[in-house]
Design a protein around this ligand. Structure first.
Ligand code: GLV
Ligand code: GLV
Length: 321
């Protein structure tokens, strides 16, 4: 019998057709709606492999019923939705999609930084809504980006690639990371600082750190208070790395100047989310790696990883504890 693979969202790609010769493949039928928990549990109990989304909770309860499961291929570089220690204990390989999304995510991070600083969304809305009454000296005047200081929190591959873009804007680059990134220091002139120095001296604070017990809520009330009043906070990592209520307070009180957010603690957010009432917030629906090419690349990488593990080979990309 063929190994059983369950894909938790509707995805389209040519190779899946060939795949059905080797594997029995079932897919959740909707693209825009996550698979209900009850169905995910049922499928996990049967599957040899799961291709999962970051919105699927792969917790202990699920892993306990997944008696045949050999591999979880998560369609994301982040894997905070997966209980990796439990999976590892059960001999289940966990794979993510690093590298293929690095440039695309760095592009989005920089686009969001620029959009927030230069008030692009607000400006475009004014034109579309017919509220543009003519040129005026301070109309939608924003913040400069060039020659400012960018502070990257989480200097992995994506952070480094954001820093590379910043060099083209003559920015001073600071970073904070669990470990030094000597390559980034040498190639990009990035300077390692404490978290404290980074948040107090940066004009743009870009959060790219994975969500872990250590990073949850690291951007808290104290952190926002220490930032410059002109600082702009950009989050393209995970919403829970920042305390959203503290961020809202900081923006309302003018402790910081703006925020560009691609991620939220509880996704999706609805139109009544307090942060959406603020004109100096640019909010995006978690689209960091969302280019057609990159999403196809991520899907292919997940499929390759599943094929590799189910045929007893090393996956291309693996999450290690
Ligand atoms: C998206 O957030 C990812 O982790 O790839
Ligand atoms: C992970 O978030 C990375 O920076 O590659």
């Amino acid at each position: 019998t063929k190994p059983y693979v369950f894909i938790t969202r509707k995805i389209e790609t040519e190779v899946l057709k060939e795949w059905t010769e080797t594997f029995e493949v079932k897919m959740w039928e909707y693209e825009e709606r996550p698979v209900p928990r009850a169905i995910l549990l049922e499928e996990a109990a049967k599957a040899d492999a799961l291709l999962t989304m970051l919105s699927d909770k792969m917790d202990r309860e699920l892993l306990d019923v997944a008696k045949n499961l050999k591999v979880i291929a998560n369609l994301a570089v982040g894997y905070d939705n997966i209980d990796v220690p439990s999976a590892t204990e059960k001999g289940i390989t966990v794979c993510n999609t690093p590298d293929v999304l690095t440039d695309t995510t760095a592009d989005l991070a920089f686009a969001l930084l620029m959009a927030t600083a230069r008030r692009i969304v607000e400006a475009a809305e004014i034109v579309k809504e017919g509220k543009w009454t003519g040129w005026s000296p301070m109309l939608l005047a924003g913040h400069d980006i060039h020659h400012k200081t960018i502070g990257v929190v989480g200097m992995g591959k994506i952070g480094e690639t954001v820093a590379k873009r910043a060099t083209g804007f003559d920015m001073d680059i600071l970073y904070h990371n669990r470990s030094r990134n000597v390559a980034a220091e040498e190639r990009l002139g990035a300077r390692y600082t404490s978290f404290e120095e980074l948040i107090t001296t940066s004009d743009f604070i870009v959060c790219l750190t994975p969500l872990t017990n250590e990073t949850a809520g690291m951007f808290n009330k104290e952190a926002f208070m220490k930032m410059k009043q002109s600082a702009i906070f950009i989050n393209v990592a995970r919403g829970a790395v920042a305390d959203e209520e503290a961020l809202y307070e900081a923006l309302v009180k003018g402790e910081i100047a703006g925020a560009g957010l691609d991620v939220f603690k509880q996704e999706p957010i609805g139109p009544d989310h307090p942060l959406l009432t603020l004109p100096n917030v640019v909010a995006l629906p978690h689209i960091g790696s969302a280019s057609v090419e990159t999403r196809q690349g991520m899907i292919m990488l997940c499929l390759d990883n599943i094929t590799h593990v189910l045929s007893g080979k090393q996956p291309k990309t693996i999450v290690k504890l």
